[in-house]
Design a protein around this ligand. Structure first.
Ligand code: SAM
Length: 207
């Protein structure tokens, strides 16, 4: 499965420019608002799962965050990001991995995922995702997950997705994670369409 995934995504990121994909955002405003709400220290470890070629790291680095980790199943996406960030990305760690098989070797203050979990339509893959999350997010850390809402599209990038509500995401994470906020929002695609997203922010209990 990992091979098929990396093949699909490498093709996307080697054949399409950034505003040719439906999920493009020039600036990820909602993610940034949710991240700012976590009040993280500048040296907090922020893991962006399925970073793609998002502009999130550019803003985080410009804000002085110096412990940003970008993970993606597509080496092509991370290579594009590395080139774009240039010298500003010196402190960034890049990890090419499928989140369903990744074995975490770091402790993170914040797990951020925009539009990745929704591609995991098999329950085993979702359980593996949650396992990786539980192994890497520290106690007292935060989790921000967003993806297509129950009323959102059924496919993304030509792949089927599993739409979710805030309760589905909370159930996947389990009782150690308190839901701090959740809401739905429309994403305006570059071609003028609208996609219904759910955003969730959790805090991992200290005990
Ligand atoms: C819809 S894009 C979103 C990209 C980015 N988060 C954003 O908001 O622009 C989904 C991203 O998840 C990555 N991805 C998909 N399945 C993955 C998996 N199983 N493990 C890691 N990354 C994955 C893709 O390569 C792609 O970069």
């Amino acid at each position: 499965m990992t091979g098929a995934r990396s093949e699909h995504w490498d093709k996307v990121f080697t054949t399409k420019v950034e505003n040719e994909v439906s999920w493009f955002q020039p600036r990820p405003e909602t993610s940034l608002r949710l991240i700012h709400a976590c009040n993280l220290r500048k040296d907090a470890c922020i893991l962006d799962v399925g970073a793609g070629v998002s502009h999130l790291p550019d803003v985080l680095l410009a804000e002085g965050l110096n412990n940003v980790v970008l993970l993606d199943v597509s080496a092509a996406a991370l290579e594009r990001l590395k080139v774009r960030l240039g010298g500003d990305g010196r402190s960034v760690r890049f990890i090419v991995a499928d989140i369903t098989t990744w074995e975490p070797d770091l402790v993170v203050d914040l797990w951020h995922d925009r539009a990745v979990l929704h591609f995991l339509t098999e329950s085993g893959d979702r359980a593996a995702y949650a396992e990786a999350l539980r192994h890497s997010v520290k106690m007292g850390g935060f989790v921000i997950i967003s993806g297509f809402a129950l009323g959102g599209p059924e496919r993304c990038s030509g792949l089927p997705v599993l739409r979710a509500g805030q309760d589905d995401i909370a159930a996947l994470l389990g009782p150690d994670f308190d839901l701090l906020e959740a809401f739905e929002e429309d994403h305006q695609t570059p071609s003028g369409g609208r996609q219904r997203f759910v955003f969730t922010r959790f805090h991992r209990r200290l005990v």
